[in-house]
Design a protein around this ligand. Sequence first.
Ligand SMILES: [Zn+2]
Length: 450
Amino acid sequence: MRQRFARLGILFLMLAGTWLADGSAAAQQSRSDSVLALVGGRLIDGFGGPPLENSVIVVRGNRVEAVGRQGEVAIPPSARVISTEGYTVLPGLMDMHVHLMLLGHGDYDHWDRTYRSKWRDVIMPIAARQLLLAGVTTVRDVGAPLEDILAVRDRINRGQIPGPRVFASGPFLQKTVPPLEADFRWAISGPEDARAKTKRLIDAGVDLIKVIDQDQMTLEELKAIVETAHAAGKHTVLHAHRAEEIRQGIRAGADCFEHTGLATQPGYPDDVLAMLRERNATLYWCPTIEGLYLYPYTVDQFPARLDDQRLKADLPPDIYEDVRRSLDHPERLPYFQLIRRRVPTLANKFAQLRTTGVTLITGTDSGIPMNFHFDSTWRELDTFVRLGMDPMDAIRAATFWPAKLLKRDDLGTIAPGKAADIIVVDGDPLRAMESLRHLVHVVKDGVVYK
Ligand SMILES: [Zn+2]
């Protein structure tokens, strides 16, 4: 049985190879002068204004050329016309916290040991394809072995494999590192070393710098990292697991915090909230909140989601079996032991963050146990709305604001001159965010992937 699975796995990879070759050809095409017109749907353009009914979007090559109403925008005769009638059209989603080296397996140690050698060529390409087909056209990968993630990012950017644009941090910088994880965590010791390691990452080509456990660093060490990153035009992303991590990060001038943090504590201390209010909109925060709600939802309400057919379809059979079996008893996994006590604190923490005026952006920790790449990003927007955010603001937290943080004004909105990253969904996300899971079309960089 196992041997048969292994052979099927090889067959899958061969088929995937064929498919990828086709994807590459399509990517080449978009560079030329090919014209695409998306016609008839309701457009939410990412700027936050009222939706545009009966919209027309003309795409030339990989850029948006014209946007307007039917009858007001000329559709070039050479255009390939895609009807979006009855659907909602939006900028491609931007998920600012994913892990392409993970596929939802329940046991990190087992995963690292068993699949480390397959991350670059098998695992990361599967994750990238899953995200793209879920309407995610841009991601930040925050923590992976340096050479692997940069190779996958570059293969995607060259059109060799399908996936979202990747902005990658490579390894985290932290104070001490467990020996088995030295691949994707680098230890720093002293300001000089902190500066040198940051520079090494930047010289290798990372897009941002990720720091964790910064409450164990001296302020000088952390400042050395942040200043080196800023001097190179890169932003810094820091964990917010503990109050002192947040304080230290703000003192050092960090740009973006990850997670809601503070474990089972009911909320953020007053002095932390005061610091956040002072930084206000110049500070970004990626709460990665849906992954926490996902556990009670999956276990108590909808265990069938673990049998989602996309999981089986996307993974080689042996890896599918392994992932699926690892989730047979979620309640036994160490990862979830505190989660039921954390979940009741989240609504207050989220509300506190909103009152400080920091800029909330969506990220999902996609890839962590039972958080599958094909089913993660829409849940973060859905959770934001359940916790009181206006749906349009939730959409902008996954489009407009991430583009600002990445200093990529050509992303996150649909207007003339912007990158042609466009999704078409069946339904009205302003009424039900779940409609974002019903992708009709996915266009990235002018290439129609779905
Ligand atoms: Zn993460």
